[in-house]
Design a protein around this ligand. Sequence first.
Ligand code: ZN
Ligand code: ZN
Length: 100
Amino acid sequence: MFFFFAGGVENQVRQVVKSGAGKCLNCRSPSDLVDYDKVLKLFFVPVWRWPEKDQLMHCNNCNLFFPPSPRLHDVDLRCQICGRGVESQFSFCPFCGSSL
Ligand SMILES: [Zn+2]
Ligand SMILES: [Zn+2]
């Protein structure tokens, strides 16, 4: 069985929030902080679009979308009881339930 799925979900800029807010990870040219929509395309035709509430950086030069800043601190918190990495916004360990 072979499927050819000529479609996919793409990011599309809805609105520039702050132009030149950062540098592209790929080509180092100035990039904009944008609100964006996710667009589902089938056979290159947009069939569905829904807004994302998160913002992304977008490079006009190479059309790359990337997160505004790497979330470095998400996994450097560890549960004292079971020793697993826990996202820093949690106040209870999701694995063993102890408070952090
Ligand atoms: Zn770029
Ligand atoms: Zn734990």
